[in-house]
Design a protein around this ligand. Structure first.
Ligand SMILES: C[S@@+](CC[C@H](N)C(=O)[O-])C[C@H]1O[C@@H](n2cnc3c(N)ncnc32)[C@H](O)[C@@H]1O
Length: 233
């Protein structure tokens, strides 16, 4: 058993939800490469069952938790991009960052607030592609997990640049994403990033400080990932 509350029955409900979501997705994708309506529908149709939100781990990502253990916030600011149900944002706050977290889906934000009623995290509904002006270039730490890959490749560049725009000069950007091996066809969702896409921050005034590469073994495939730490010059 992994995250709290994850049981065999949870896994069964998740598999059922994935099948339902795949059907929903095939209809939506032709209309909306940015999937703006799709995510809200997933959260809505989950009816409060986190098993029906396929990306919800109900715990912070291990790579983020490990990084935070060595990089306490000490009152600096952080923002969690497209925070979903809030577990990564809560880890940022617990490590001492004054944390903002946002998602396009109002349902996700309401759900995160409900899960963490005493949280110091400032949960907001916001669109990454129409960020509040006051957020541009002000955060000491920006955390991105699985957002870029969750939209069609035609949207990757715009999402990457919007995420980069949040980081203060001298600030840190953490990016957790699946990678697509060179030459492998992309058959999303999700659409794992190519090496060029994952490295695009180098063209946006960032230098790579560190990265960890790892892979999840699935019954039918290997799923390569990278957790990268970038610093804005
Ligand atoms: C695959 S989920 C990942 C959620 C979370 N980061 C995590 O790792 O659990 C992608 C998230 O991006 C959000 N999202 C998609 N497009 C967005 C946009 N334009 N602005 C803000 N959030 C967006 C979705 O609502 C969804 O919660």
């Amino acid at each position: 058993m992994g995250a709290q509350g994850v049981t065999d029955d949870f896994e069964r409900r998740r598999e059922e939800a994935k099948k339902r979501i795949d059907r929903l997705d095939s209809r939506e994708l032709e209309r909306q490469p940015d999937r703006k309506d799709f995510f809200d529908q997933v959260y809505e149709q989950a009816g409060g069952d986190a098993a029906a939100v396929p990306w919800a781990d109900l715990q912070a990502k291990k790579q983020l938790a490990d990084w935070l253990a060595d990089h306490a916030g000490a009152g600096r600011t952080a923002i969690d991009v497209a925070c979903g149900l809030g577990d990564n944002a809560e880890a940022l706050a617990a490590a001492g960052y004054r944390t903002t977290a946002f998602d396009l889906s109002r349902k996700a934000i309401d759900w995160a607030r409900q899960r963490f009623p005493d949280s110091p995290v400032d949960y907001r509904v916001a669109d990454l592609l129409e960020l509040p002006r006051g957020w541009i270039g002000v955060f000491d730490l920006v955390h991105e997990c699985y957002t870029i890959q969750s939209v069609a490749p035609s949207m990757h560049r715009a999402f990457t640049e919007a995420i980069a725009s949040l980081v203060a000069p001298g600030g840190t950007l953490l990016v957790y994403t699946r990678l697509r091996p060179v030459g492998e066809a992309v058959d999303g969702p999700p659409w794992p990033l190519t090496e060029d896409e994952a490295g695009h921050f180098a063209h946006l005034g960032f230098e790579l400080v560190n990265e960890t590469r790892f892979a999840f073994q699935r019954p039918d495939r290997t799923s390569p990932h990278v957790f990268a730490e970038w610093r804005r010059a």
